[in-house]
Design a protein around this ligand. Structure first.
Ligand SMILES: Nc1nc2c(ncn2[C@@H]2O[C@H](COP(=O)(O)OP(=O)(O)O)[C@@H](O)[C@H]2O)c(=O)[nH]1
Ligand SMILES: [Mg+2]
Length: 246
């Protein structure tokens, strides 16, 4: 199946080359779309240089930094327009082991609509994350699961593969999260639609170069959206129950 890996980048100049080389080696048939938000360290130029050498790599210069969700919407929009059948989400900082990509693609081959590289299913792990990030991730996932009831153990994970069909069905271009809440929003929409979600275990490595772009503001957007969707679902369920009464 024609597969596009969408890689959002902001200040990944120290990682992008190793990322592209190793991922190409792990999955030689996939194409790449790097969506860069005007990184002042020249990430886009480096990616373009590599594109000349490795081929099948496109760089989208997306403009000013406007959040992970916004970058993904642009990249996925382009991927769908170009007729790719499978779209992959992956970070450029090598937190997501390129060697695990084939196991995600195998899940799609076996019929899943969404395959999530999960830290929280048996076999998954996060060996070196600071306690603060560990707690944020754990509590974030617990809260999301309580409110949205998607059954997904790692709803905030950013290493994923989707069929183009499911992305079209959930109307991915009309999602609203600008930040990392995009991950939750997509899993939530696929679940609501009754899509098949499979989690495969991954070991999440901490980045070796550069810094995380996760901020309190991004976490606040996630929290607000999850709370809003959760309350909206409850009101809907209540309404249905009232209507169903004789
Ligand atoms: N284009 C774009 N990429 C972003 C933005 N924020 C984060 N990224 C990229 O998204 C991926 C995940 O971000 P990262 O900082 O590693 O988050 P963490 O792994 O949760 O700490 C990395 O490849 C980042 O370069 C953004 O605003 N725009
Ligand atoms: Mg990262």
């Amino acid at each position: 199946m024609r597969t596009l890996v969408v890689v959002p980048t902001y200040l990944e100049g120290e990682n992008i080359e190793e990322y592209l080389r190793r991922t190409r080696a792990a999955a030689p048939d996939v194409d790449f779309l790097v969506v860069d938000d005007d990184s002042p360290d020249g990430t886009a130029d480096l990616a373009e240089k590599l594109a000349g050498e490795l081929g099948q790599i496109e760089v989208l210069r997306h403009g000013a930094k406007s959040g992970l969700g916004t970058a993904y919407r642009a990249g996925m929009g382009l991927g769908l327009e170009r007729g790719y059948e499978v779209l992959v989400q992956m970070d450029a900082d090598l937190s997501h082991d390129p060697a695990a990509l084939p196991s995600l693609l195998a899940g799609i081959d076996e019929g899943a609509d969404l395959v999530i590289g999960s830290r929280y299913v048996p076999g998954g792990a996060i060996p070196h994350w600071p306690l603060r990030r560990r707690l944020l991730s754990r509590y974030g996932n617990a809260y999301t699961s309580l409110l949205l009831k998607t059954g997904v153990r790692d709803a905030t994970a950013g290493f994923r593969a989707y069929t183009a069909d499911v992305l079209r069905s959930i109307d991915v271009l009309r999602t609203r999260a600008t930040g990392y809440g995009f991950q939750i929003e997509l899993a939530y929409r696929v679940h609501k639609l009754g899509g098949t979600i499979v989690e495969v275990p991954i070991t999440f490595a901490d980045r070796r170069h550069g810094i995380s772009k996760m901020t309190l503001k991004i976490a606040a957007e996630e929290l607000t959206l999850v709370t809003w969707w959760g309350l909206r679902d409850r009101v809907e369920r209540l309404r249905r129950r009232v209507r169903a009464r004789p």
